[in-house]
Structure formats: structure tokens, C-alpha cells
Design a protein around this ligand. Structure first.
Ligand code: ATP
Ligand code: ZN
Length: 485
């Protein structure tokens, strides 16, 4: 090599930022403007000494903060663009939106969205599988991967596309990538799971640790999905594996020293993003401009409640809550259906006592789901209740209902009634649910493929309207609808 000293490459990485462009409400945590300051300072220092900096996002930019959700994560991608991001792996939440919106986001971002295993019906990658960056003297290949869990968790907008085996995608693309680059990085939204910690899902899926174990030629694996924070990168086989928690609370930094196209030394750390770091004024300006665009609409009061409406994750994923009742009641009220169905995992926050803003409602229901009506035979409704009865606590699939009651005993549904009248198997009922469940999401396959109708009403807006209709909520204590749940 012509280089007498090793080349210095710094990789900054984040994952699962979920709309958190702005510092947290406490002002002390997170914020892309602070991440920008750290990266800019390092760029100035490292590049002045002839080194290079990469900034990678391991996926799940979408969904989580109303100001971002309202603008289809344009604030996130615009700021990441100006922060000089080099690439992103497609996370499962990049499929909370339709493919056209995702492609719009890619144009705003300007950096490649990578996934070698998100493929069309002919098994061709829909986005780029990898990118090769020429660093002047050596090159870095970055291969993108998406968790196969997406097929189950986010089926809504997949259409004829699917997420195929991440493991086989590595097998397929690594030889090509090794030919074209000196250093091979996998940027994966797969997740790190300790033995026995894997969630029970009706699909097989690849973990980041499996890729590291199986492919020693992957030199660095930047991971996301499980929101794991590696204080120090983990070495598995000979792969350096890291992931930096979630929501931009930490920025991962890996320093590599490269000689003759090989890593000869490295170190890693996590940088805590807090108020000891100044906000980059330019990124702050861009972020705040977007925030203002949405604030008038988001601050709009839509109701008032004297009781807390419970959407706590542990509660809505283990049984009914007053907020689950309210959401399903709103769906019935809006559509005049006989039965409403809502997945607990789609309820993402509580509403505390006092004035309720539109922002509060969007925080509860961030996915932009629409209300979807279907005609279901009594026998299909029985399948819904039977399935619901088998769901263990903690799963997003846990059911919330209105218009229908039943009893759960020993994992079986009994005494199913609609409007107080026992279910008739060959009678047709009008049912409303969200479009996520209607597409078979969360295992509700009995709802998929039915000749339904997407009302186009955004569920969050339906709930906001219902709150306006209710006026002041003094109490929202309804009788249990699923006994024994
Ligand atoms: P990640 O770890 O990928 O960031 P997450 O926080 O969404 O994701 P979980 O908290 O396990 O992961 O939530 C998954 C659950 O979220 C699903 O089981 C489902 O109940 C719910 N969910 C996901 N996407 C949607 C959607 N588009 N509409 C309604 N519910 C959804
Ligand atoms: Zn995530």
C-alpha cells in the first residue's frame, strides 16, 4: 500500500429514532441537532487528519412523534440529509406507510435506503441491496437488511413485495460485495436476541447475532430493531456488532484503523445525547421550522377528561382498558357497524386528566390507520373470539372490542353475543376494524381477504371527533366486554 500509516474511519450510528427529531419534552435528552454537533466536530477533527466519517441509520425512522407522523417523517429525513447521513437500512416501521410515501422519503433523504431482502414478486430487491463508498485509498461496502418479522408486524403496505430471508441475502450478496470493497459492513434492522429471548412469532427470522456467527467476513454489523444499547461493541466470531438503543438518546461511535484494506485496530463507545451538547443551530432551525408547521393543528383541543384514559403498554396488551373501550366505541359511532375490533398494540399511550389535544390523540394512535369495514359471518366472528382467547398477555394482538361480548376460559371463547344476542353462525354482521388488522395484521388472518371497504377515515380523527362529541368525560367506566380477559 502507498499508505505508511493506517487510515482512520469513524462510523457514527443510530437506530430506531421513531420520529424523535427534537429533544425530548424535558429538553435534556436526545435531539438530532445535538447529534449533528457531535458528528460535525468529529468530521472537522478526523478529516483534518486525513481520516473519514460515515453516519449510518439502522432503520425505524418512521412513527412515534406526532410532529413527524403528521408530515410523513419528512422532518426526520430532511434533517438526516443535512446531517450528512450516508445510508439507512429499511426497518419494519418504514412499512407503516405506503411504498409511494417511502419512495418520497428516499428522495427527501438523498441517501440510499438499503435492503437486500425486501424484494418484489420476482425476488428482485425493491431498493438497493448495498452501496459501495470509495474512501480514497480503500472502499467500504454497506449491505442493508430488514427483519423478516415485517411480514407479520407490518403487512399492510407490502402488496406483492415481501421480506425474504436476511441470512440468505447475506450469503448471496457477500461474495459480490467482497469483490467490490475492502471493508464489509452490514447495516441491519434485524435485532439482537439472547438465546431463549426470541419472541414467539409465526415466522422464522434472522437475528444480527446469527449473521455475525455465520459470516466472519462481515467486519462490522450495525443493528437496530430490538433497541439494544451496546455500551461497547460486542465481538461475535470476528464481527464487531453494535446498536445504540433507541430514540436518539445515544449515538454509537466506532473507530476503525485500516491498513491494506484490513482493520488493524478499533475501538467503540456510546455518546450520551443530552443537554451538555450544544444544538447545531442549522439543524435546530430546520427541525423547529417543521415543528411549527404542525403545531397549530396539533395543539387544537378536541376534548376534556376528568379521568385518566389508560393506554399503558402492559395494560392494553393484557386486557381491556377504558381507552380501548373508547376507541372501539368511536369506531362504532362513526360507522354504525355492529362490532368494532382494535388491537392493543395499536394503542401506544395514555391520555391524562385535563384538556385533550389532537397531539394527544395522535400519540395514542400514531400509525395513521384508517377505519375498515367488513361483512363477517357469525362463524368468522367466532374465529376472531377463539383466536383472541389464545393470545398470551403482553402481545400487541390482544383484542379490544365494542358491540360484542364473550367469555374467555381455558383459552376458549364462549357465550359470544352481539348487542346482547347470542351469535348466529350463518348470519352476516357488519364489523369495523383498523386497516392493519383488516389486512391480517397481528395474526387476524380471518379478517384478511374479505370483501371489505376502507372508509378512508383515519382512526385518530374518528377518535378526536368522538371526543368532541362526548364533551367533558367525567367517567369512562364501561362493563367488561371480554370476561376473563
Ligand atoms: P420496533 O421494535 O420494531 O421498533 P414496536 O415498538 O412497534 O417496534 P412492539 O412494541 O412489539 O414493537 O409493537 C408491535 C405491535 O405494534 C404489533 O404487534 C401491533 O400490535 C402494533 N402495530 C405495529 N404496526 C401497526 C400498525 N400499522 N397499525 C396498528 N398496530 C400496529
Ligand atoms: Zn423500532
Amino acid at each position: 500500500s502507498v499508505f505508511a500509516v493506517p487510515q482512520h474511519l469513524v462510523i457514527f450510528h443510530v437506530n430506531d429514532t421513531h420520529g424523535h427529531v427534537w429533544p425530548f419534552d424535558d429538553g435534556a435528552t436526545g435531539g438530532f441537532s445535538r447529534i449533528a454537533t457531535v458528528i460535525n466536530e468529529a468530521r472537522a477533527e478526523v478529516e483534518s487528519e486525513g481520516g473519514d466519517v460515515l453516519f449510518l441509520h439502522a432503520g425505524d425512522v418512521n412513527t412515534g412523534v406526532p410532529e413527524s407522523d403528521l408530515l410523513d417523517a419528512v422532518p426526520d429525513f430532511a434533517t438526516l440529509h443535512y446531517m450528512g447521513a450516508d445510508a439507512m437500512a429499511l426497518g419494519n416501521h418504514e412499512f407503516d406507510i405506503d411504498l409511494d410515501t417511502l419512495k418520497m422519503q428516499a428522495r427527501v433523504a438523498g441517501f440510499p435506503f438499503l435492503s437486500a431482502n425486501f424484494v418484489d414478486r420476482n425476488l428482485f430487491p425493491v431498493f438497493k441491496p448495498y452501496v459501495v463508498k470509495d474512501m480514497g485509498g480503500y472502499s467500504v461496502g454497506i449491505l442493508g437488511l430488514t427483519t423478516e418479522q415485517t411480514n407479520v408486524l407490518e403487512p399492510l403496505y407490502l402488496g406483492n413485495n415481501s421480506v425474504e430471508s436476511a441470512y440468505y441475502a447475506v450469503k448471496e450478496y457477500m461474495p459480490e460485495l467482497e469483490e467490490k470493497s475492502d471493508i464489509q459492513i452490514v447495516l441491519g434492522h434485524l435485532g439482537y436476541y439472547e438465546e431463549g429471548q426470541e419472541p414467539q412469532l409465526p415466522v422464522g427470522y434472522t437475528t444480527s447475532n446469527e449473521v455475525a456467527e455465520g459470516f466472519s467476513n462481515v467486519e462490522v454489523f450495525i443493528d437496530g430493531h430490538t433497541h439494544t444499547l451496546f455500551e461497547e461493541a460486542k465481538v461475535i466470531n470476528s464481527t464487531i456488532l453494535s446498536s445504540s438503543g433507541d430514540l436518539g438518546k445515544y449515538l454509537g461511535r466506532i473507530d476503525l484503523w485500516i491498513e491494506n484494506g484490513r482493520i488493524v485496530d478499533w475501538e467503540s463507545k456510546q455518546i450520551k445525547i443530552d443537554d451538555t451538547i450544544e444544538e447545531d443551530p442549522f439543524i435546530k432551525m430546520v427541525a423547529d421550522t417543521y415543528k411549527e408547521m404542525g403545531s397549530e393543528e396539533l395543539d387544537k383541543p378536541v376534548g376534556y377528561t376528568e379521568v385518566r384514559l389508560n393506554g399503558e403498554r402492559a395494560d392494553v396488551r393484557s386486557g381491556e382498558t377504558n381507552l380501548g373501550h373508547l376507541i372501539t366505541d368511536a369506531l362504532l359511532w362513526k360507522t354504525n357497524a355492529e362490532v368494532a375490533l382494535q388491537n392493543g398494540g395499536g394503542i401506544r399511550a395514555s391520555i391524562s386528566e385535563g384538556e385533550i389535544s389532537y397531539r394527544d390523540v395522535l400519540t395514542v394512535l400514531p400509525f395513521g390507520n384508517t377505519a375498515y369495514t367488513v361483512k363477517l359471518k357469525g362463524s368468522d366472528l367466532k374465529k376472531v373470539a377463539d383466536y383472541a382467547a389464545t393470545i398470551p398477555d403482553g402481545q400487541g394482538s390482544k383484542l379490544h372490542v365494542a358491540g360484542m361480548t364473550f367469555k374467555v376460559e381455558d383459552g376458549k371463547a364462549t357465550n359470544i353475543k352481539v348487542n346482547g344476542v347470542p351469535l348466529v353462525m350463518d348470519k352476516t354482521y357488519s364489523v369495523v376494524t383498523n386497516n392493519y388488522m383488516a389486512s391480517g395484521g397481528d395474526g387476524y388472518e380471518m379478517l384478511a381477504g374479505k370483501n371489505g371497504y376502507d372508509t378512508g377515515f383515519v382512526v385518530a380523527d374518528v377518535v378526536a371527533e368522538y371526543l368532541e362529541h362526548l364533551g367533558t368525560i367525567e367517567e369512562y367506566q364501561k362493563a367488561k366486554r371480554i370476561i376473563g380477559y
